[in-house]
Design a binder for this molecule. Sequence first.
Ligand SMILES: *[C@@H]1O[C@H](CO)[C@@H](O)[C@H](O)[C@H]1NC(C)=O
Ligand SMILES: *[C@@H]1O[C@H](CO)[C@@H](O)[C@H](O)[C@H]1NC(C)=O
Ligand SMILES: *[C@@H]1O[C@H](CO)[C@@H](O)[C@H](O)[C@H]1NC(C)=O
Ligand SMILES: *[C@@H]1O[C@H](CO)[C@@H](O)[C@H](O)[C@H]1NC(C)=O
Length: 395
Amino acid sequence: MDKYGCNIRRAVWCLFVMTLIATNHAAVVDIKTKGAKGDGITDDGPAILSAWKDACAGAPPSSMLIPPGTYLSLAIVLAGPCKGPVEIIAKGATIKAPPELAKFTKDTWININSVDKLTITGGTFDGQGQQTWQSAKCQDTQMSCQIPVNLRLYKIKNSVFRDMTSINSKNFHIVVLASDNNRFENLVIDAPGNSVNTDGMHIAKLNGLNISNANIRTGDDCISFGDGSKNVYIDRATCGPGHGFGIGSLGKYPNEEPVQGIFFRNCTMTGTTNGVRIKSWPDSMPGAASDIHFEDIIMNNVLNPILIDQEYCPNNACKKGAPSKVKLANVSFKRIRGTSATKVAVKLACSAGLPCENVELADINLTFNGGPATSECSNSKPKVTGPTVPAICRA
Ligand SMILES: *[C@@H]1O[C@H](CO)[C@@H](O)[C@H](O)[C@H]1NC(C)=O
Ligand SMILES: *[C@@H]1O[C@H](CO)[C@@H](O)[C@H](O)[C@H]1NC(C)=O
Ligand SMILES: *[C@@H]1O[C@H](CO)[C@@H](O)[C@H](O)[C@H]1NC(C)=O
Ligand SMILES: *[C@@H]1O[C@H](CO)[C@@H](O)[C@H](O)[C@H]1NC(C)=O
């Protein structure tokens, strides 16, 4: 008998077992074996793509290794479906985008799509966006904007993203769309407070996303939610500089899907323009957002700590006067404390056409200049539990 317990009688069985062992031996495809230079100058995109294709087609468990080092890559698309679960190991690796916008023709630098059970571990994705922020082109938040986002996850399911870093994206850092049941752990997002349109994460049209321990410093919303965001759990996130955590703006486009089930817990905002915000356009398309809960949030010197704004109309890009047709219901703010950088710390400006339903505030303590801040409400009739600072208006 050999070490697999084989003898002639069991030869056929043994052949089967040994074949299984051989094919199941984890395949690790190192991008260096595909010609990646890792000098930070050569375009290593083709090597990454070639390694990805092998890893994706390989018998699971299969992985692509980006060894520690600095790599330059033009825009790449890592597409599935793959043969089975697949991993990208990028611990200690920095991948840089070329700084020149002219080298991009699409809306994304790194596009990963159509993969089930993907794991990405580590990796710093540097968009080198400094030049782009200075150009005047495309500075509103149109998704049709052709300035590339750092990382776009599209149709990714049951996947885990761990210990990743995104810095200095030209546009949004990370966009997650049409992707269900995914998880981010230990995420770092970093761009200067004056960078343009650099939302940390933008989430839309997905069901099931958990983000734990995210440290976000950027020039726009730390996390923004578009229509169709469902069952999103965020805990232990920090935000600042940045524009805060924002649901919406909603109601701009026809046929928007409802936003439903967004849970923030244990977050800290520092020096941000907004804390927790829900916004929709006046005179808008119909829409809905419900079951949105913010709990255990610390505000440090935040301009608008708690804000529902259904009259959101930047640059007068809409008709004011007619109310928003986006219905907000079942929204709560609990255990929110700290300092406001303006006198009005709580503003609930709901739609006159569709007043907010079941807005709840409890254990709020927000001060301004060492004294109590104030609150303003319209069309909201919030339910208030316990003493709050400021006293919450009941209109
Ligand atoms: C996200 O967290 C919630 C609440 O803890 C949990 O029920 C859900 O299964 C988690 N989802 C994922 C994709 O990890
Ligand atoms: C939030 O923080 C509290 C106190 O530190 C802790 O007990 C709780 O488990 C945390 N919850 C989450 C969801 O991180
Ligand atoms: C709000 O919550 C109540 C009680 O849980 C529920 O009956 C109602 O359907 C919810 N409304 C919306 C619009 O989700
Ligand atoms: C609110 O916070 C201030 C400053 O931290 C504190 O002095 C005050 O006692 C708190 N008030 C309540 C009602 O918790």
